[in-house]
Design a protein around this ligand. Structure first.
Ligand code: ADE
Length: 224
């Protein structure tokens, strides 16, 4: 998979790809991630990529021209399955969206800034708009990092234990059951006996019951 990220602040989004699982995914060649500085596509001498709002109002708007130029160059080199715009009024990211995006070949992620982008970008260049939650960030970069992480960890071969993404919270609309590691007892707090029993069918049953209970208590909406 290839992810092209368009941003005015590449330095804000590069570091998550330089550590741990994302770094390994990139170095194993399981995903290619490229950052494109929108200012490189600005046609004015100050390298501006934004302008005042028509009709007045506070806040600058990202102009269509540099965004169109950048996306056109990328599209001239390969086909893209989705051109995603990170915005608080997009579809809220969930596990199903991450699952389906992880199966694509090439995607572009455009990070918004200032007041956002000229509506004509959204109307003519963007194929999907994603929000990472009902709050406003100062730019789309952190959202793009969250989205990329959620996608990349699902690519086969990225996680060491191939099955572990399948037992995550939200896969099957259930939250994950409680987990324990050594010691079996700490300050009088014991690991449930069943987990020490070696009876794997019973352990599986216990985990399913706990996952259901936990989901019912914390996120009953997922069971509806
Ligand atoms: N840009 C600003 N706020 C955002 C959000 N909540 N999700 C995605 N992109 C954003």
């Amino acid at each position: 998979m290839r992810i092209d990220i368009i941003t005015v602040l590449p330095e804000l989004i590069q570091s998550p790809f330089e550590a741990s699982i994302l770094k390994r995914a990139v170095s194993k060649g399981l995903v290619e991630v490229y950052f494109h500085n929108l200012r490189d596509y600005s046609t004015n001498k100050h390298k501006n990529v934004d302008d005042y709002q028509y009709g007045g109002g506070a806040g600058m708007v990202m102009s269509i021209e540099p965004i169109d130029k950048c996306i056109s160059v990328l599209k001239s080199e390969r086909n893209y399955d989705e051109v995603i715009y990170m915005t608080p009024d997009g579809e809220t990211l969930n596990q199903q969206i991450a699952n389906s995006l992880s199966m694509l070949e090439n995607i572009i992620i455009l990070c918004g800034h200032y007041k956002g982008v000229d509506q004509r970008v959204r109307d003519s260049l963007i194929t999907k708009e994603i929000s990472i939650g009902d709050y406003v960030l100062s730019g789309g970069e952190l959202g793009a990092a969250v989205l990329s992480d959620a996608i990349i960890r699902l690519i086969p071969g990225v996680l060491n234990d191939e099955t572990s993404a399948l037992t995550d919270s939200f896969q099957d609309n259930l939250l994950a059951p409680p987990i324990y590691t050594r010691p079996a007892e700490y300050n009088g707090m014991k690991v449930p006996d069943i987990l020490l029993s070696g009876n794997f069918p019973e352990i599986e049953k216990w985990r399913e019951e706990k996952a259901y209970e936990h989901t019912k208590n914390r996120r009953p909406d997922l069971l509806e």
